[in-house]
Design a protein around this ligand. Structure first.
Ligand code: AMP
Length: 129
């Protein structure tokens, strides 16, 4: 099933696959970790470099549309970590793309907020239908 089809049936779950990665119950290539967040390589990369940045505890952030003022610090931290890890991956010289998919139309398939960081090669634009 491709990502678009998968996203049409995906829904919020009590425990997501990303919770299992945080708990180290399933393997992932973790490239950054601190007390509150983690970055790991996407298992199905869409470019030479593709990693995800997630909060360890989603705290209601199943998706971006659930964000409120209580999430401001975490959302800011995730962006700063995305930039830090992009630099660690050598992407800062040539650029990269940061994406958050939200809900069915946004093709979100895992309901644990995550930032995609994609790069390592020239990307096409615009995305869309
Ligand atoms: P989204 O469609 O924005 O919800 O993105 C979910 C992403 O998680 C997809 O790009 C998947 O390839 C990725 N993914 C799903 N399971 C895993 C996993 N076990 N390890 C790493 N990435 C995963």
């Amino acid at each position: 099933m491709d990502e678009q089809a998968k996203a049409q049936t995906a829904q919020a779950e009590e425990v997501t696959i990303f919770d299992k990665i945080v708990a180290k119950e399933i393997p992932a290539t973790i490239i950054f970790e601190d007390d509150s967040c983690m970055a790991f390589r996407d298992v199905n990369p869409v470019a030479k470099v593709h990693f995800l940045v997630i909060p360890k505890d989603r705290k209601g952030l199943t998706q971006l549309c659930k964000a409120d003022e209580t999430h401001e610090a975490m959302l800011g931290h995730l962006m700063v970590v995305a930039a830090k890890v992009a630099k660690q991956e050598g992407l800062d010289e040539t650029g990269y793309r940061v994406v958050i998919n939200d809900g069915k139309d946004g093709c979100q398939s895992v309901y644990h907020l995550h930032i995609h960081v994609i790069g390592g090669q020239l990307l096409s634009w615009p995305p869309g239908v």
